[in-house]
Write a protein of this length. Sequence first.
Length: 164
Amino acid sequence: MGLTETVERAIKMETDAVKFYKEASQKTSHPFGRKMFEGFVKDEARHLRMLEDILKGLDIDPHVQCLGDVRTVFSDLRDQMLERITATTDEKEAIRVAMEMEQEGYRYYKEAMQKATDPTEKRLFEVLMKEEERHYQLLNNTYSFLEDTGNWFMWKELSIVEGG
């Protein structure tokens, strides 16, 4: 598969991810879940723009921070998170599906990075791979917590999602 086909497939994946996360944010009842998915929409939309720029032959700046919007959720919604609102089965299923999507994206970008010959393209795929991995970790930690407690309760600090 050539670079154009690789990027076009990645654009399709990111477009699907944006749509999925938009729907998930609209269906999620708890503010934390909604904000988490909305943050992912922004991240995936940014990925989409970066891929489109590569396809157009434009220079990109892949030096980006992942989860910037999601991190603010914990401080903005700390009091609401402490209410221990129960996550529904549908919300947990959305997180599980999102985890699978992020794993697939990680594998795809890792392979694309290994095959890329241009340093800018290689760096882009590396950044996208790492962002998918961080999304997966946040989702996985959130899912594990919800499975264990059944609640959208998070620690005051980011220990539950950052692993610290």
